[in-house]
Design a protein around this ligand. Structure first.
Ligand code: FES
Length: 177
């Protein structure tokens, strides 16, 4: 869309009907897209599906940070502690040391990098869909529980998500590699 800033959000002069979009200065892009509805939001965001990470204000559209995949992981989680509360139920997960620790749908504890193998955002989470997968909502990468990629979100071959070993002894989880 050809746009010029006018103090209002944008003025599209590429179509015969003038299209004015007003957004309060403080309104974030996500809030704006939510306010105009899913269809219009898709039409406006589709050109950015493969890699846009900031808008014309310089604000990041992506929640999260780009980080290194955790190495030399070795930590414990006490299953009776408050931090482990979400692991009480199948499908629950916690985030610790940039690792997603999850109780899968069969009740087993599994662990994977919270840092996505696609572009390194720390947005990988466990989702209770398709039998339980790891998922990154930045560009939609999906991984099996052993880290095998389930899709490719751009032209580059998808890489495996790093996974970690888990041991449990007397209610204490050890996550390590
Ligand atoms: S960083 Fe692109 S899908 Fe996770």
């Amino acid at each position: 869309m050809n746009t010029v800033p006018l103090g209002i959000r944008a003025y599209d002069y590429s179509v015969s009907n003038v299209f004015l979009v007003y957004t309060p200065k403080a309104m974030k892009r996500k809030e704006f897209l939510r306010s105009i509805g899913a269809g219009a939001a898709f039409a406006l965001t589709f050109p950015c599906v493969q890699g846009c990470s900031s808008n014309d204000d310089g604000d990041s559209d992506v929640e999260g940070e780009v980080k290194e995949v955790p190495n030399n992981v070795d930590f414990t989680v006490d299953l009776s502690s408050a931090e482990a509360a979400n692991l009480a139920s199948n499908g629950g997960f916690i985030l610790k040391n940039d690792v997603v620790v999850a109780r899968n749908l069969e009740g087993e504890i599994i662990a994977a990098s919270q840092i996505c193998s696609h572009q390194g955002y720390d947005q990988v989470r466990f989702q209770s869909i398709d039998g339980g997968i790891f998922y990154c909502d930045v560009h939609g990468s999906r991984f099996e529980q052993d880290g095998t990629p389930l899709n490719s979100v751009d032209a580059t071959p998808a890489k495996a998500l790093k996974v970690y070993m888990v041991e449990e002894s007397d209610g204490i989880l050890r996550i390590f590699e």
